[in-house]
Structures are given as structure tokens and as C-alpha cells.
Design a binder for this molecule. Sequence first.
Ligand code: ADP
Ligand code: MG
Length: 240
Amino acid sequence: MTAAKLGSKLTFENVAKRYGAFTALEPVNLVIEAGEFFALLGPSGSGKSTLLGMAAGFVPPSQGRILVEGKDISRVPPERRNIGMVFQNYSLFPFLNVFRNVAFPLEMRRVPKNEIAERVNRMLSMVRLSHLADRLPSQLSGGQQQRVALARAAVYDPSVLLMDEPLGALDKNLREEMQDEIKQFHAKIGATIIYVTHDQHEAAAMADRTAVLNQGMVMQCGPQSQLYEAPANAFVAGFL
Ligand code: ADP
Ligand code: MG
């Protein structure tokens, strides 16, 4: 194993999103530290995916700036942000085997072939899938598919990894196993991770700090112990 490298610091500066007259997200100010495991926790419709989509570049903010290591990336297109993304529905390429799925982001970046093989193999061994490199996604379990998605999102060393309810499609036992897996993965690669969930137990089990969202507003942000012991309002107290 190579030494863990640190991810980048991500800053939301007064970032808001409106769709016409509807406000999906009130102005958000958050600093996510380099290498931090940060959770966005809130009920359905609270604005979690909107905030993540703005970091990824899929959702243009109505106002404010997003900074990576102090550099404004608000107008950088998604494919040039060096930010990795893992979704609930895996979104693997069904006609490519596991190896080619993970290799894809490197091929897009025209990385030399021998280096691709080395990096893909290292990543597959990290998620314990080396022995399944030739399989198609349809020949894998849900947990295995999610590990491929994880490997593919991290293979090009993104500065930040965004995960939108990545375990939502898995049953309870597998979900807990994958929580551990993702934590270990984070410890190995040291990337900054922003992890969206509506499950407070998941946030508690995984995150260094959690921001609780409700109706497009950040209600409170801090380590889980602080949210429990000193909830900022009735919503946070009730939700936890
Ligand atoms: P969450 O991920 O927390 O479930 P979202 O960020 O997806 O919530 O959505 C926040 C709010 O913004 C919701 O009320 C949703 O209906 C609304 N919204 C999301 N995308 C759009 C869109 N493209 N047009 C209009 N409203 C949207
Ligand atoms: Mg969502």
C-alpha cells in the first residue's frame, strides 16, 4: 500500500438554489476539511442531493461560490472538477466488465495503458474484487456492484468524493457491512468524502461531522455527539 494521501478542502460559500419561485436550498455556508468524512443528513426533499449536485457541477447554483482548496470551481464543468461521484443506482456500464468499468475514467483521461492496469488492479484489490475483474455487472451482487462503483469513482484520485445515498438499495445487513467497507476505504485513500443519507444511524456510524438539513436549510453542523447532546432546535432533537 502506498501512503494515504489527503483530499482537498471544499467550501460552500453562500450557495443557494432556487427553481423559479421555489427555494430548494437557502444560502449554505460550510467548510469541509481535507480528508474529512462529512455527512449530509436530512429527510427526503430537504436539499441534500441539490447541494451535492452543485459540488459535482450538475446543478448550477443560483448564487454563491464553491471552492476547492480556495479555488473557485463554480464555473468549471463537472468532468473537469476532479470530483468523484457514487450514486445509489451504481450506474455501471452493463456491457463492460469490472476491470473496464473501473478503467473507464482513466481511459477518458488518456492515461497510458500500463499505468491504467496498475491503478485499476490496486483499486480492485482495495475493494476486494480482484478475483471478479472479468465479470459483467449483471453477474455481481448489489454489494459487489457498489464496490465497483466505489473503485471507479476513486481510481483517478479525485480531490473530493461525493456519495448520494450509495447504500440505499441494499438490505440492512449488507448496508452495515458496506458502511464498514467505505470507512476502511476512506482510511486507505484519505479522500475528502461528502456522504448523503437520510439515516441518522448511518451518519453516526460513518461521519466525522454531520450537517442536518431540513426544508432547504442547514439546521446544525457538528460532530454527532454535539448534535445529540446539544441539538440546536426541535427539529434536530426530533430527527435524532
Ligand atoms: P433530497 O436529496 O434531500 O431528497 P433534493 O435536493 O433532491 O432533496 O430536493 C430538494 C427540493 O428541491 C425538493 O423539494 C425537490 O422537489 C426540489 N427540486 C429538486 N430538483 C428540482 C428541479 N429540477 N426542479 C424543481 N424542483 C426541484
Ligand atoms: Mg436525494
